[in-house]
Design a protein. Structure first.
Length: 259
């Protein structure tokens, strides 16, 4: 940790000889498969939206440099820590500005009510880890003004949310990447179009898309050769998409197991 970072901690009344116990909490890696991460990386697929969040609910990151470290270890190792502190010292109002939905460039994944810093949506590791340290220092004090803390540490971000039905990311990735449909998932509605076309083939809820996806492999509804081509297009990616992708899709579409 350099002098600028130490001075910042002292300015917010942290005893650098004896950190609060909460500083030693571990930063979690995002507990998602590669396919779910890829799904979250594409705004059209992942029902992204601007959302307010509290820094207490930020628990992890997808950044390899910081995941697995304690909050104080990550703070000490920030690659732009000095810049962030200087920005804060020169313009504390900056952190008020990113509370506004139209000003934020932070990016998160939301899973089970918790948030993970996600670089494909905007990230913000340096700022959010610094703010987390500041927040943890505030709640370690004897007298806590929770209303003031809530105001100080509530921000806005571009949020990608993992759906409750964990099959959905696999279905959408298969539709968009393997089968070549145009996919748009926003405001709880999924719209499929032909590739390079505005022709709408499906428009409905996440609950309905599963049945539509399964129906694409029904030889009573579609030409046998077309169904065979669709099956082969999906099988082609099994070797590099990961075991879980193969298992999920074969469970949804048993005919993927055969030739």
């Amino acid at each position: 940790m350099n002098d600028i970072q130490k001075n910042f901690l002292e300015s917010i009344r942290v005893n650098i000889e004896s950190y609060p116990a909460s500083f030693y909490g571990k930063i979690k890696n995002i507990p998602l498969s590669n396919i779910e991460i890829e799904y979250c990386a594409v705004p059209n697929y992942c029902n992204g939206k601007i959302e307010k969040f509290h820094i207490r609910d930020v628990v992890g990151t997808n950044h390899e440099r910081y995941a697995g470290k304690t909050w104080i270890e990550a703070y000490s190792d920030l690659d732009r820590g000095n810049d962030i502190i200087e920005l804060y010292n020169k313009n504390p109002n900056y952190y008020r500005e990113i509370r506004q939905p139209d000003k934020t460039d932070l990016g998160l994944i939301k899973l089970d009510g918790k948030y993970y810093i996600f670089d494909k949506a905007g990230g913000g590791n340096n700022r959010l880890i610094t703010m987390k340290i500041m927040y943890l220092s505030q709640i370690a004090k004897d007298k806590i003004d929770f209303q003031k803390i809530d105001e100080m540490f509530t921000f806005s971000a571009r949020v990608r949310e993992i759906p409750k039905d964990r099959n959905l990311p696999y279905i959408i990735m298969a539709l968009g990447e393997d089968l070549g449909f145009g996919v748009n998932h926003s405001n709880g509605t999924i719209k499929l179009t032909r590739k390079f076309s505005d022709d709408i083939l499906f428009e409905g809820s996440p609950e309905d898309i599963k049945q539509y996806f399964i129906s694409l492999f029904d030889t009573e509804k579609y030409d046998t050769n077309l169904v065979k081509q669709r099956l082969n297009n999906i099988r082609r990616t099994f070797s590099f998409s990961g075991k879980q992708y193969k298992e999920k899709l074969e469970k949804l579409v048993p005919s993927l197991r055969g030739e």
